[in-house]
Design a protein around this ligand. Structure first.
Ligand SMILES: Cc1ncc(COP(=O)(O)O)c(C=O)c1O
Length: 452
């Protein structure tokens, strides 16, 4: 066919693959146009916390958009926005009242956090504070600033020449601690010392912020640090006047069985970044929440040069408010904790002795499975085996959607599967997820040449 005769095409996120057409979803299930059902064991990209098909969200936003859909954030505030700040503020682990700056997603929220950290220091007259420190084995988004923060090599590689502004320290990744190439440690004291040395070598007066995920999501596959890590890190940051920024884009709003990931350790960062579960996929939305101290300093001091057309969205706040109401009313944070424990337990029963499963881990309904060629040595499969992709494919063929990660072992090799189903997932569906994933792992392994 003459390509000029085609009026337009979608630039697909999966070029070369014919994607099914999604038409309907309910709870933890998505149906395609052929009537095929898929069990959404990852909530898309660990997004759909309250589950699919919530009519009340559609109704709330429909009514709101009929009244007013858009007013520019520099000219107006809105009732949904003001109410959302009041309702969500007390849940966010910053020293409050939390000041919420809403944007359109996680990457924008991270960029906003970086600029806010900078604005805070400038307002205090500390103009030299430019340096930002993040960790290897992390993901903070795909815009250039957020990507530069991200210690996820497969995503950085194609854009490497545009990156390099930020520093990276070791991941808190107990399973691969001290391995050459993994850039990982386990001991909280060693990790805190490494951060402190990095701050000192940069010059403490030049460091603006340290940014990290409380529990690492897609890059490492649901990896929590050892207890003591976050309080030690917060202490180092405080002593050197460095703002602590928690990237809770994936861990926020109940995903790990507490409202926010940092709640597991009772640590209060200066800035909290959220997105995904805040609107559960019903609206592109994210925010930075600043502590009262940071907020006041910026407002009373140097101001904040920033802004997006779609920040402070009335529709976004309406959806976020209704999603928050659902989480609270249905006690979905407790559901995430209880169902996550069930999922983790069943996975460990089923896969704990599997010769190619190195680790099964997670908190709440954020659960990861790390695959290895050799359990004793924790040797990963070579990237060329494309094991993760094989598992995702086999699972999809059986009607199960899972999320994948590569590069956890050394930046290139290493395969993880991440599970993050909606909090309304049923016990029977959890059993199907476990059986489906076990089957997909074996199906994929059957096509991979033995290693060694
Ligand atoms: C921890 C974390 N931070 C930031 C982002 C970027 O969010 P978005 O894809 O909404 O830009 C993600 C997305 O997966 C994430 O998991």
């Amino acid at each position: 066919m003459d390509p000029t005769a085609i009026p337009g095409v979608v630039f697909s996120r999966a070029p070369g693959r014919t994607l099914p057409v999604a038409v309907r979803a309910e709870g933890a299930t998505i149906w395609d146009a052929d009537g095929r059902a898929y069990l959404d064991a990852a909530g898309g990209a660990v997004v759909v916390n309250v589950g699919h098909g919530r009519r009340s969200v559609a109704e709330a936003v429909g009514t709101q958009l009929g009244a007013i859909a858009y007013a520019h954030g520099t000219a107006f505030t809105s009732e949904p926005l003001e109410a959302y700040a009041v309702e969500a503020g007390p849940l966010i682990p910053v020293a409050g009242p939390a000041a919420i700056y809403p944007v359109s997603g996680g990457s924008e929220a991270i960029e906003t956090a970086l600029k806010l950290a900078r604005a805070y220091h400038v307002a205090r007259g500390e103009n030299e504070r430019w340096t930002v420190i993040a960790r290897w084995g992390s993901y903070h988004g795909n815009t250039l600033g957020a990507l530069d923060l991200s210690g996820r090599r497969p995503l950085r590689r194609p854009y490497e020449a545009w990156l390099g502004r930020f520093r990276h320290v070791s991941a808190a990744y107990p399973y691969r601690a001290d391995e050459p190439g993994a850039n990982a440690l386990a001991d909280p004291a060693a990790l805190a010392l490494e951060l402190e040395r990095t701050i000192l070598s940069a010059g403490p007066e030049s460091v603006a912020a340290f940014v990290a995920e409380p529990i690492v999501g897609a890059t490492l596959g649901a990896v929590a640090p050892a207890d003591g890590y976050w309080s030690a890190i917060a202490d180092v940051c405080r002593r050197h006047g460095v703002l602590l920024v928690a990237d809770e884009v994936m861990t926020g709003f109940g995903r790990t069985g507490t409202w926010f990931g940092m709640d597991h350790w009772g640590v209060k960062p200066d800035l909290v970044v959220a997105a995904k579960g805040a609107t559960s996929g019903y609206w592109p939305f994210g925010f930075v929440a600043a502590s009262d101290r940071v907020h006041r300093t910026v407002v009373e001091g140097g101001g904040f040069v920033h802004g997006f057309t779609y920040s402070h969205s009335i529709g976004g706040a309406t959806v976020a408010r209704e999603v928050l109401r659902i989480i609270r009313e249905e006690d979905l944070v407790s559901a995430s904790a209880a169902k996550g424990a069930l999922l983790l337990g069943l996975l460990r029963d089923r896969l704990g002795d599997h010769r190619n499963v190195g680790d099964v881990r997670g908190r709440g309904l954020l659960v990861g499975v790390e695959l290895v060629a050799d359990r004793e040595m924790k040797a990963p499969f070579p990237r060329s085996a494309r094991l993760t992709e094989g598992i995702v494919h086999a699972a999809r063929e059986s009607g199960l959607l899972v999320y994948s990660g590569t590069g956890c072992a050394d930046g290139t090799n290493g395969d993880t599967i991440l599970l993050g189903p909606p909090f309304v997932v049923t016990e029977a569906e959890i059993e199907r997820i476990v059986a489906g994933l076990a089957g997909a792992i074996d199906a994929a392994l059957a096509t991979v040449a033995p290693v060694g």
